[in-house]
Every structure is written in structure tokens, then in C-alpha cells.
Design a binder for this molecule. Structure first.
Ligand code: SAM
Length: 328
């Protein structure tokens, strides 16, 4: 039995989780994330991504209270963080996406556990607005911890960023521009083409210098938009973000978990990049199922702009060249 199947067999004993979707690589359960996490064997998971409700009073359906007392929200957060730490393998990675206000609390908690701080990644969210006597919020935090020495840290490639209006490159790359691999980097002004970048990168000459962008400031993530202006499913993250995380902190065949599945961005990325995945969602699971069904039918998402327009395009190949393992 594959480790993934052993894990799935464990979860099957948890009666309060209902399996609502299964593919060759993953299973989505409808139910409470704590039920899922406590059913997972210790040290069985390579990567966890968590994007919990931000406690901003949003509507997630009747099972979710997104306006808890601060103490309650934090003690609930500690429960799922504690379980996440338990189920991670040695060297496994944990990413948590939230407002800076909550990320610092998560960091303080994880620092007391056997977790190593790796990065606070700032995901630029330029469409947020100031509240009261505050500066205008411009980023969400993505805290990145590992359980000890990281087991996997792959270099990932991102497109060279160009101006949307004039088409010229935005950065000068400190005089190293000529050393970038044109084949490995897509110059088109689109948001979500990492698949192309990885597929074209490197194999022909593994020794050539490639530009990698593994900065802590991610400025190319389309924002989650306010409900009134949303064209996408509520809180649906852009695949570019999850594909980057999955490619960076796991290898094909490893196990990825997302306890707060939402519209299934993590599962979409894991499935596309050939990882096993397991997830839970307490509310509506149809958006995630639809997204995974599209992918299973060969349709991948192409996100065009910060306005959140999304198109489906037929995937040309299911084959994937892997990111180069990071070694120093
Ligand atoms: C911020 S959204 C996640 C969005 C997701 N990352 C995506 O890209 O679509 C948080 C999700 O967690 C779900 N949720 C809230 N409490 C939960 C719980 N206790 N167990 C499982 N899911 C929960 C909500 O219904 C909501 O869909």
C-alpha cells in the first residue's frame, strides 16, 4: 500500500468526515478540519497549507463563525496548528496565510514548538483599504515553518515581470539580465503561467544559469476581492500562489494537506503537479469539486489580470519537468 492509502484508510475510520471527491491522487472530505487532522497519523505529511477564515465576520455558511472573540479564535487556531505540527514529517513544511495580526500570533506559537522559522512571505494585496487610524494594509502574511531542517526546498521559476502598458521589463536584474535563460522564462504579461516556465526550463543544459525568484515579497498574486466585486468563487486563491508553494516545498509523490479547502486551490495545484493531497472543507465543497473535475478533464486555469478574470484552456500535456532540487 502507498503511504497515501495508509493515511486514507486511517481517515476512513472517522465517521464525521464525508468523502465527497476522490481522484488517483487525492481525497476531499466534507467536515471539520480538526476531525481530519486528528485522524491523520503522526509524521505522515510532507506539506501543509492553511488559509483559515481571517475572523473578519465573513459569510462561510452556517457551520463557520468568522467573528469569534480573540481568545477563542486563537485557542481554536492553536488546536489546528498543534495537530498540523504533529502530522508533519520531520523536515515537513507548514505555510499559513492570514492577516499579519494573526500571523504574528501563529509565529509566536510555532516558535515554542519544534518548528523552525523559515520566512515571513509578504503577499502584496494592493486593493485593500485603510481602516480607522491605520496605514493602508498592503500585504497578507504567509508564514513558512519547517519541522526542523527542511527536507525539500526546490528552486522555482517565475516569469520575468513586464509592464502591463508598455511591455518592457520592470527590473534590471542588477546587470545579470543577459544570463537569464530565455527558454526558461515566459515573457508574456499573464499572471499564471508557471507550468510553462517549469516545463521549458533547464533539461537541455542543466549547467546554464537560470534566474530564480525565491524572494520573500510576492507581488504577482491576484488579490482575493471583496464579495461585492467578486467574479470568482469567494476566497478562491490564484493557482500561481499554491503552485509555487507546492513546487517549492514538496516533490512529486509526496503528501500535501489543506485543512481549509475552500474552492480547492491547493488540491488543484497538488493534482496538477503530481502530488498526493488530502483536504477538508466544512462548507460548500462544490466549487472545489468543479475545479478538480475540470482539471481531470484536461482544463487548466489561466488567470489574466488583477481583476480576477479566469479562463479555462486545454492542457497541452500532462508531462511535467520537475523543478531542480536546491542544493548548497
Ligand atoms: C479563506 S477560505 C479558504 C480558501 C481557499 N484557500 C481557496 O483558495 O479557495 C477558508 C475556508 O475554510 C473553511 N472552514 C472554516 N472553518 C473550517 C473548519 N473548522 N473545518 C474545515 N473548513 C473550515 C471555510 O468554509 C472556508 O471555505
Amino acid at each position: 500500500m502507498l503511504p497515501f492509502e495508509v493515511i486514507a484508510a486511517n481517515i476512513a475510520t472517522q465517521k464525521e468526515l464525508q468523502q465527497v471527491y476522490r481522484s488517483e491522487h487525492g481525497i476531499l472530505y466534507q467536515g471539520d478540519c480538526l476531525k481530519l487532522l486528528t485522524a491523520l497519523p503522526s509524521k505522515s505529511v510532507d506539506l501543509i497549507f492553511a488559509d483559515p477564515p481571517f475572523n473578519l465576520g465573513k459569510e462561510y455558511g452556517e457551520s463557520v463563525n468568522d467573528q469569534m472573540e480573540v481568545d477563542k479564535y486563537l485557542s481554536w487556531s492553536q488546536q489546528w496548528l498543534e495537530q498540523s505540527v504533529r502530522v508533519l514529517k520531520e523536515g515537513g513544511s507548514l505555510f499559513v496565510f492570514n492577516l499579519p495580526q494573526w500571523c504574528i500570533e501563529y509565529g509566536a506559537y510555532l516558535n515554542r514548538k519544534e518548528m523552525w522559522f523559515r520566512h515571513w512571505i509578504a503577499c502584496r494585496m494592493p486593493k485593500t483599504f485603510p481602516r480607522g487610524k491605520k496605514m493602508s494594509p498592503a500585504h497578507y502574511g504567509l508564514v513558512y515553518y519547517t519541522k526542523g531542517e527542511p527536507a525539500v526546498f526546490n528552486k522555482v521559476y517565475t516569469p520575468i515581470q513586464v509592464c502591463r502598458h508598455c511591455g518592457r521589463e520592470i527590473r534590471d536584474y542588477g546587470g545579470h539580465r543577459k544570463r537569464l535563460n530565455e527558454n526558461g522564462i515566459n515573457l508574456m504579461d499573464v499572471w499564471d503561467m508557471p507550468e510553462d516556465v517549469w516545463e521549458n526550463a533547464s533539461e537541455t543544459n542543466p549547467n546554464e544559469t537560470l534566474w530564480t525568484l525565491a524572494e520573500e515579497m510576492w507581488t504577482d498574486i491576484p488579490p482575493v476581492r471583496h464579495r461585492q466585486h467578486k467574479k470568482r468563487v469567494p476566497n478562491e486563491l490564484a493557482p500561481i500562489m499554491l503552485e509555487r508553494i507546492v513546487a517549492m516545498a514538496s516533490n512529486p509523490g509526496q503528501v500535501v494537506v489543506d485543512p481549509f479547502g475552500g474552492s480547492g486551490t491547493t488540491f488543484y495545484a497538488a493534482e496538477k503537479l503530481h502530488r498526493y493531497w488530502i483536504g477538508s472543507e466544512i462548507g460548500d465543497t462544490q466549487p472545489a469539486i468543479q475545479r478538480l473535475t475540470n482539471l481531470a478533464n484536461g482544463l487548466v486555469e489561466q488567470w489574466e489580470s488583477a481583476r480576477g478574470n479566469k479562463k479555462l484552456k486545454r492542457r497541452e500535456t500532462n508531462a511535467l519537468q520537475l523543478p531542480i532540487p536546491y542544493t548548497t
